[in-house]
Design a protein around this ligand. Structure first.
Ligand SMILES: NC(=O)c1ccc[n+]([C@@H]2O[C@H](COP(=O)([O-])OP(=O)(O)OC[C@H]3O[C@@H](n4cnc5c(N)ncnc54)[C@H](O)[C@@H]3O)[C@@H](O)[C@H]2O)c1
Length: 506
């Protein structure tokens, strides 16, 4: 049994081009192959469009699982006049072929595929400007470092990386090569979260002294982390890194501050073999597909029921032995489901944060306690399971609440900014900034570099250390040479404050 993060990729002598792609498909499905072949021979319309620029920016994607589709579809549809996908790479041959098939469905030229062992050759042969990394978290650094060393810019999914040592490597390589490293923190771009930044910047609640932030994952999305590669820290860094990197980045960006110290406790008490028994099962099992007690289990994920999950994972198990539906009660899981963290920031603010992965609803509550008032903000998200047709981070109708409470006086209920699609509309805004031409100057400075990527994942990495040692961790001890990211100016503690009006409380 291996995970997608294991380095057991098969060697390939030549890229998986159109010919072997169609051959591979014809073994599986002649009908699909014919459709692909016809589409693959059509040049994208943009190549003949007079308005198209002389040269489109060349991208390759490494990691052709679920998430890569966001970038592939953006390049091949909305931004096809300015961007071009020239290569695909993964350690799983089958998922490369599925990705090629999807390119064909987009009517784009089918990019050649390369196995992971041939990544360097892909760079040499396809000459990309930018490498997009959407592999398992713990492998991001390998591709970021190698791509920058070979002269490419890089875009990486969060978390930038999972260990302090690999974080140092990325920061050092970026400094040495001068290449651009972008970490795609899509949460920043979600309209209601951008609106929170706008209110904080306005000074309405003054300078922020403390933040209370509580993130809930439900027993659909939350449970899913315990089935997949994420369930082992060597792949994901645990939920403190994999998931909370989003949340720590939001706080860093919202406050325009960087973390200095971290203390934390974490445990796993819900997704355990004992819990399977408490819930009436005889015990844990290997996976849902073959589970003898599946009819009784409320955590069943039937991969065969979803054509997409079946195609992306079950049909590709023969290449790497990766099971997408492992039992959530397995004893070999080593990530936490219950986590509490205290963070101190360079501007004096403190954060009290919690993450629980077994809640009855998904979303978060956050409160900023400022010198002029308190901002309370809540988002309730829809049910989501990765790889299904559900929308990740989609907000429930009426699910956003934002209120400003001045120190004295009536509460102001804020009408939320809205958007649609993945992550509350954040994905679409971010993609147009990444792939669009001449994006407008962003007053919220949402684009983030390796330094913001580092400051967010390092809080989780520090928390993981605290879980083991019980000792506080100083962020500056983990990685050297970090620079404060380019954040917006915020209200500060040297500015005068209005005296709150007297209130007759007798
Ligand atoms: N920003 C977001 O909201 C968001 C949402 C989902 C996923 N992600 C991120 O996207 C990345 C991919 O997640 P996913 O959901 O697509 O997972 P996935 O399991 O569907 O895909 C991961 C892919 O990486 C491949 N892979 C594993 N190890 C590899 C290696 N050494 N070399 C090359 N390929 C390798 C696997 O074969 C698989 O195809 C993760 O870093 C995850 O954190 C971000």
């Amino acid at each position: 049994m291996s995970t997608p993060g294991d380095s057991s990729a098969t060697q390939s002598a030549s890229p998986i081009g159109r010919r072997s792609f169609v051959k591979g498909l014809s073994l599986a499905s002649l009908g699909v192959a014919l459709g692909v072949n016809a589409a693959a021979s059509a040049e994208p319309a943009s190549l003949t469009t007079p308005a198209a620029p002389a040269r489109r920016r060349r991208y390759v994607i490494v990691g052709t699982g679920h998430r890569h589709e966001l970038y592939r579809d953006a390049i091949e549809n909305d931004f096809k006049d300015t961007a071009e996908l020239v290569g695909l790479c993964d350690k799983n041959l089958g998922r490369i072929q599925v990705a090629q098939e999807l390119s064909a469905k987009n009517g784009a030229k089918v990019p050649p595929g390369y196995l992971a062992a041939d990544f360097d050759r892909m760079l040499a042969e396809t000459k990309p400007d930018t490498v997009i990394v959407t592999t398992v978290d713990a492998t991001h650094h390998e591709y970021l470092v190698r791509a920058m060393e070979q002269g490419c810019d890089v875009i990486t999914e969060k978390p930038m990386t999972t260990q302090a040592e690999t974080c140092q490597k990325i920061v050092d390589t970026t400094a040495k090569t001068g290449r651009r490293c972008r970490v795609t923190f899509n949460y920043r771009y979600s309209p209601p979260r951008t609106q929170v930044k706008d209110i904080l910047m306005s000074g309405e609640i003054g300078d922020i002294l403390s933040v209370d932030f509580h993130w809930m994952l439900n027993t659909f999305h939350g449970a899913d982390y315990f089935r997949r590669w994420h369930s082992q820290k060597k792949n994901s860094g645990g939920l403190m890194v994999h998931k909370a990197t989003h949340h720590f980045d939001l706080v860093n960006w919202w406050l325009s501050a960087v973390p200095v110290t971290v203390t934390a406790v974490g445990k796993r008490e819900f997704y355990t073999p004992e819990m399977a028994k408490r819930m009436g099962l005889e015990g844990h099992h290997e996976r849902c597909l073959t589970c003898p007690e599946k009819a009784k289990c409320g955590f069943l994920l039937d991969l065969e029921k979803s054509p997409r999950l079946k195609q992306l994972y079950v049909d590709q198990e023969k290449y790497d032995g990766y099971f997408r539906d492992r039992c959530v009660f397995r004893p070999d899981i080593d990530i936490e489901d219950t986590m509490n963290v205290i963070v101190g920031y360079d501007n004096g603010a403190t954060l009290s944060y919690s993450l629980n992965a077994f809640n009855s609803w998904e979303g978060y509550t956050i409160a900023f306690n400022g010198t002029k008032g308190r901002l309370e903000h809540t988002i309730v998200e829809n049910v989501y399971v990765n790889g299904t047709d559900t929308v990740q981070g989609g907000i429930k109708p009426g699910g956003v609440t934002t209120k400003v409470y001045p120190l004295r006086g009536p509460v102001r209920t804020v009408k939320p900014w809205t958007g649609s699609g993945g992550h509350g509309g954040g994905d679409a805004v971010m993609l147009s900034e990444i792939f669009g031409t001449n994006p407008a100057a962003d007053k919220y400075l949402r684009a983030s570099t390796e330094h913001a990527g580092a400051y967010s994942c390092l809080v989780g990495i520090a928390a993981n250390r605290c879980f083991v040692t019980g000792q506080p961790v100083v962020i500056a001890d983990l990685v050297k040479g970090l620079k404060k990211p380019d954040y917006t100016p915020m209200p500060t503690d040297d500015q005068p404050l209005p005296m709150p009006p007297q209130v007759d409380i007798a």
